[in-house]
Design a protein around this ligand. Structure first.
Ligand SMILES: [Zn+2]
Length: 73
């Protein structure tokens, strides 16, 4: 299938890990399994329900590096 436009996901990935509007945080996906992430507060983080990785959010910027994600039991 021929792609005629840039998808929303492409835009999000191309701008990471730089400034991202806060309301976009909930739309991010886990870079490991491409699954939606659950936004959590205190501390701000994004959790993948599949691989249980937790990505830190610092100054509204999600750290999506696999090496720096923690894995919750
Ligand atoms: Zn994951």
């Amino acid at each position: 299938m021929r792609r005629t436009s840039v998808s929303r996901d492409d835009v999000i990935l191309s701008t990471m890990p730089f400034m991202i509007a806060k309301d976009l945080l909930e739309d991010l996906v886990c870079p490991a399994c491409i699954q939606p992430l659950e936004y959590r507060e205190n501390p701000e983080s994004l959790k993948c329900g599949k691989c249980r990785r937790v990505y830190k959010v610092e100054d509204d910027i999600p750290n999506m590096l696999l090496d720096e994600a923690t894995i919750e039991a």
